[in-house]
Ligand binder design. Sequence first.
Ligand SMILES: Nc1ncnc2c1ncn2[C@@H]1O[C@H](COP(=O)(O)OP(=O)(O)O)[C@@H](O)[C@H]1O
Ligand SMILES: [Mg+2]
Length: 267
Amino acid sequence: MAIIEMKDVRKTFRTPQGTTVTAVDGVSFGVERGETLGIIGESGSGKSTLGRLILRLNEADSGSIFLEGEDIRALSKAQLRKRRRRWQIVFQEPFASLNPRLTIRQIVEEPLVVSKTYGSRTERLQRVIETLNEVGLSEEFLNRRPANLSGGQQQRVGIARCLVTDPTLVVLDEPTSSLDLTIRASILRMLAKLQVARDLTYVFISHDIETVRHFCSRVAVMHHGQFVETGTTHEVLSNPQQPYTQALMAAALPPVPYSPEAKAATA
Ligand SMILES: Nc1ncnc2c1ncn2[C@@H]1O[C@H](COP(=O)(O)OP(=O)(O)O)[C@@H](O)[C@H]1O
Ligand SMILES: [Mg+2]
């Protein structure tokens, strides 16, 4: 069964100036269990809005969205709250997405309390500790607060918070974009390991083509709210068919290393 089935989903916003922005403009796609779908595109192309629509954190204007066979646009608020634990999101800015007044223990425990997943206090604490360990944080972090953590540690807490309820689907909205390169690589490795260990399905939003190349099995290229090209990562990134994808990749080319031949050729 597909984890995500979306058909012709649209979302517009009213701007304060009174104009209308079409953030997502008729997007259709499916994601199978255990896959990682990468969504790439420039800033403003509608990636985050799409990620939020998948989890009904934004309400779509039209179209259909099925998660694990359920029509999520038709769920009541109460039903949706119950399902939330299975469908999670990790945000780009870990610090902004963690409540600064709470301890790490409270932050990671909260989804368990809200979804009434684990009954007793002891069981919940045990679960919080296990999950922190899984993301590479020891018990020493339990009573600390987000401001006392590094960016990488904050993002590990964000990931623990999302994993603690045992989700099937995780939307990762530029989860490593705000982090240093070396930390970025270790978080990506950890996410890849967790995916296998927990049989997770990922939607991985990024504007970084190299990250997507290493991390995703399939890719969708988003431009002005539409998918302009989709396929396996290899197909799309090795042999892009659409001019927009070609331009996006050309703009992202790493600087050419200095070589005397290349210099002579362009002189
Ligand atoms: N809550 C909102 N209100 C008004 N406009 C929004 C809102 N969220 C997103 N938009 C607009 O929708 C478009 C897509 O934004 P977004 O989904 O954040 O793109 P991306 O994540 O690719 O940078 C942009 O033009 C953005 O300004
Ligand atoms: Mg975004």
